[in-house]
Design a protein around this ligand. Sequence first.
Ligand code: GTP
Ligand code: MG
Length: 176
Amino acid sequence: MRKDVRILLVGEPKVGKTSLIMSLVSEEFPDVVPYRAEEITIPADVTPERVPTHIVDYSEAEQTDEQLDQEISKANVICIVYSVNNKKRPRFIPHLLSCDSLCSARVPLILVGNKSDLVEHSSMETILPIMNQHTEIETCVECSAKNLKNISELFYYAQKAVLHPTGPLYCPEQKE
Ligand code: GTP
Ligand code: MG
């Protein structure tokens, strides 16, 4: 049995990483958030899988690439957050997925489309080809920090991905 789970949120600036964490913790949408939330620990007895869970934020504004690499290597699961109202393809996803530290971390990844309150349509069409190409992506979820939609589900999926992994946790190109 694992002793704890460490969840890291990454993604481009302003996609809502910090808001997602604050919404989970306070069960309401915060109007103002710092760049980076303090690391929080959810005690075992209030998590669905009964395992203490650490949630770690990332902010490009406050952290260096080296610090990001370090956090990636410590994480048990990584949530790649994007904003579903971004007209452009979520271009950072392929970029992040080809990043060496993420690849060698060999942890499950979860694609998180935030700000679902701002759009009518789902972003699944753009996301599916990426999912199919990257088997290390465990699952994807659309949510909204603003109206609290799918927030607890998101963290449950992340916890579950660590405790009950289904996909291969390696980059096929790098497999020895
Ligand atoms: P950095 O720390 O700069 O990397 O940004 P971040 O990804 O932590 O985003 P942050 O939580 O600071 O949110 C950026 C902006 O998006 C803020 O103005 C939030 O209020 C807004 N925002 C966050 N989540 C949602 C959401 O679900 N819906 C809407 N409509 N706005 C959101
Ligand atoms: Mg932030």
